[in-house]
Design a protein around this ligand. Structure first.
Ligand code: NAP
Ligand code: F7E
Length: 328
């Protein structure tokens, strides 16, 4: 039987790399959408994922999406591409709407056109717990009402409903994974977990004195990205398409993360090392997120493997190795 073909947008991002590894290990032929002229991450991806064929295109450019689909002829499309940094979405709301919101619509429309009603192409949309925002209930599940608190959250709600709409209107096999925060050794440095672990590593090696953060009381349901991409793949392997919460079911504050990260380098009282700066606060905050992933557990048989404590431990250890190598 011919190998299955998958197209992944957001291939240069955290989830794109883990998902591509999973798909390659399952024998897929993997295509990754890469944007821009001379994308600085191209070399890193080519080295890390030599089995992935990179195709140039952009979620803001419909014709590039059509030609990418025509070229790659995928069985499965994973839309992971987005402006994904919530803080940035406040300063660049139009760009966020265009990429994170309309980008999903463009890709759905391109899939609809190229699929031509055959119902062959399966589509995954990377929805987010940021859609719950100012939460209406705790924990949050697939039926919890949305109340997004950022241009990013609003754009994701639009993309989420568009995915549902294409499923209901055109019979597309289209799923959304409402993923809660997932982190890893590959997380971007703009996100709070990686900012903390790389700073902790640098502090332990005498390369940095302290760390400046915003709201350390925010609580998140943090899992490991390698676990989460497995759920995304499982959603596209079912009899029928549906939406699923992907979460660990545990919530921890940024303070808890700081406790564990500093403990890794033998510091119990991190307060003198952490400064607060309004520049890292948001115009509207999401105070608490915790997901109920019972449906994913029951229908997909999915459970996360990496605990919160292990996640922090792994991230700090990886950053210490990176910083040591840099120092050397
Ligand atoms: P990430 O590391 O920020 O990666 C985002 C990806 O989107 C990058 O590959 C980026 O490419 C690409 N991208 C940005 N603008 C684009 C455009 N105009 N056209 C095509 N691609 C574009 O994000 P992630 O953590 O892997 O998350 C993957 C997806 O899941 C995102 O949609 C995110 O919003 C969503 N999500 C993430 C989490 C989480 O906790 N990680 C939770 C819920 C949902 P460049 O490298 O070229 O910029
Ligand atoms: O912030 C607080 C900040 O930027 C987490 C994205 O993957 O997950 C992610 O969005 C919390 C917030 O992630 C700093 O205010 C304090 O309350 O790491 P973050 P996020 O906003 O939760 C969701 C599910 C996504 O979908 C997104 O794509 O930490 N915080 N001080 C800080 N955050 C940052 N970044 N930097 C600080 O200095």
């Amino acid at each position: 039987m011919a190998a299955k073909r998958a197209l992944v947008t957001g291939i240069t991002g955290q989830d794109g790399t883990y998902l591509a590894e999973l798909l390659l290990a399952k024998g897929y032929q993997v295509f990754g959408l890469i944007r821009g002229q001379n994308n600085p991450k191209r070399a890193m991806i080519e080295q890390m994922l030599p089995g992935v064929e990179l195709v140039e295109g952009d979620l803001t450019d419909m014709s590039s999406l059509l030609s990418t689909l025509e070229y790659s002829r995928p069985d499965e499309v994973y839309n992971l591409g987005a402006i994904s940094f919530v803080k940035l979405s406040f300063s660049q709301p139009e760009l966020t709407g265009n990429v994170t919101g309309l980008g999903a619509l463009r890709l759905l429309e391109a899939v609809r056109i190229i699929d031509g009603g055959k119902g062959h192409i399966r589509f995954y949309q990377a929805s987010s717990s940021e859609m719950f925002g100012k939460v209406r209930e705790t924990p949050q599940d697939e039926l919890t009402a949305f109340h997004p608190r950022s241009p990013y959250g609003v754009a994701k709600v639009y993309a989420h409903y568009m995915t549902m709409n294409y499923r209901e209107s055109y019979g597309l096999y289209a799923c959304s994974g409402i993923a809660f925060n997932h982190e890893s050794e590959r997380r971007g440095h703009e996100f709070v977990t990686r900012k903390i672990t790389s700073s902790v590593a640098r502090i332990s090696l005498g390369l940095q004195k302290d760390l400046t953060l915003g709201n350390v009381d925010a609580a998140r349901d943090w899992g490991h990205a390698a676990d989460f991409v497995e759920a995304f793949w499982l959603m596209l392997q079912q009899q029928s398409p549906d939406d699923y919460v992907v979460a660990t079911g545990e919530t921890h504050t940024v303070r808890d993360f700081l406790d564990l990260a500093f403990a890794e380098i033998g510091i119990d009282d991190w307060a003198p090392l952490v400064k607060k700066d309004a520049r890292f606060m948001r115009p509207a905050e999401v105070d608490l997120l915790v997901g109920d992933a019972s449906k994913a557990r029951q229908v997909l048989g999915w459970t996360p493997k990496v605990s919160f404590a292990d996640l922090v431990k792994r991230m700090v250890a990886a950053d210490i190795e990176i910083e040591k190598a840099r120092k050397a």
